[in-house]
Every structure is written in C-alpha cells, then in structure tokens.
Design a protein around this ligand. Structure first.
Ligand code: GAR
Length: 194
C-alpha cells in the first residue's frame, strides 16, 4: 500500500451545520496513511454547531459563516476555499442549499451524504416519511452534488432495515451508524480513481 503524507494528500473541506458525527469519521479516516485526503478546513453556517469541537480537537482551521445573505456567505466561503487550495468539499449534515453558481465552480468535486436510499425521500424528514409509507428498508446514500437537490450521481448506498417498532429517532440512530462508515468508503472510492 502507498503511504501518503503531508503535501501529497488532496486538500479538502467539510461543511457542517450541527452534531458532526460524519465530520468526526471523515477526520479519523483522513489520518490513515493510506487515505488520500487532508482536511484543511471546516465550514459551519452555525456558530454553535457541536461538530466544531472535532475541528478544534484536531486543530483544523474552521470558519463560521453567517447565512443571512446567501450571496455574501458564498463569496466568503469561496475566499476561504481558495486560500486553503481546497480541491474537494464534503457536505456532512450541511443544511443549506448551495447555489448553482457555487456548484458549477466545484463541478463533480462536492459530495453529500443523505439519510435515505435515493432517489427515494429527497429533502427533509426522510425517516418519518419512510416509516409512514411502510417501507421495509431505508438507509443512506453518498452522492455527488448536482444542481438539482439530492439528485446527483450516486457513489455508494447502504440499506438499513425498518422494524415495526421503529420511530423516526430509532431509525435515524441506526442509519447514522451506517453513515459514519459509508462516508469514508465513498470518499475512498472516488479518490482511488484520481
Ligand atoms: C446526517 O444524518 C446526514 O445524513 C443528514 O444530517 C445528519 C448530520 O449528522 N444530512 C441531511 O439530511 C442533508 N440533507 P452529523 O452532523 O452527525 O454528521
């Protein structure tokens, strides 16, 4: 196996809005010698996002960006991405929609994780909708971000069984465990082709 260190790794950013368990798992993965990524920047649209503790603990540069004005927010974000020479962006529970213009600038370089088996249940409240529709399975999907919400090319998916006793919360917790494993695998899959 090839060992990658320091500058030979690809500079990446993770965007978050909250808890940050996916950020945590991506950070852990990035530290492996065989991983091609170096997380250089964390962007949060919320100053009190819990996930920022993982950026702090790992001494990763982080920026909180106010989204009162989307245009201004994206201009600021682009400035930070340029400064840190970011090549890939991983959305990890980032609950803001990126503009078409922004997505064009990072074509096929933005990856997202979504808590459903896309193309089913795009958008919000995925767990409740799957349970209400009496689905036998839900799960999670890692996909490229395209201009249409939750519709970009799928990289990897993981199925999770829905049980009769499941609530939105219990299902969300089980899916999250799979998300945390799936995201690094999907990143690896994309970057192994580069
Ligand atoms: C995850 O379940 C992720 O799939 C979801 O937000 C959660 C973030 O958890 N993302 C979306 O719903 C995006 N549409 P985390 O902050 O612990 O990574």
């Amino acid at each position: 196996m090839v060992k990658l260190i320091g500058k030979s790794k690809i500079s990446c950013a993770v965007f978050i809005s909250g808890r940050g368990t996916n950020l945590k798992s991506i950070l852990k993965f990035s530290k492996k010698n065989t991983s091609k990524i170096n997380i250089k920047l964390v962007i949060s649209n919320r100053r009190n996002a819990h996930g920022l503790v993982f950026a702090k603990k790992n001494k990763i540069n982080f920026k909180t960006i106010s989204y009162k004005n989307i245009k201004k927010a994206e201009i600021q974000i682009l400035k930070h991405l340029k400064k840190n020479k970011i090549k890939f962006i991983f959305l990890a529970g980032f609950m803001k929609i990126l503009s078409k213009n922004f997505i064009k600038k990072f074509k096929n370089k933005i990856i997202n994780i979504h808590p459903s088996l896309l193309p089913k249940y795009k958008g919000l409240n995925t767990y409740k909708r799957a349970i209400n529709n009496r689905e036998k399975f839900s799960g999670c999907t890692v996909h490229f971000v395209s201009e249409k919400l939750d519709s970009g090319k799928i990289i990897l998916q993981k199925k999770v069984r829905i049980f009769k006793f499941d609530t939105a919360e219990s299902l969300a917790n089980r899916i999250l465990l799979q998300e945390n494993k799936l995201y690094p695998k999907a990143i690896n899959k994309v970057l192994s082709k580069i």
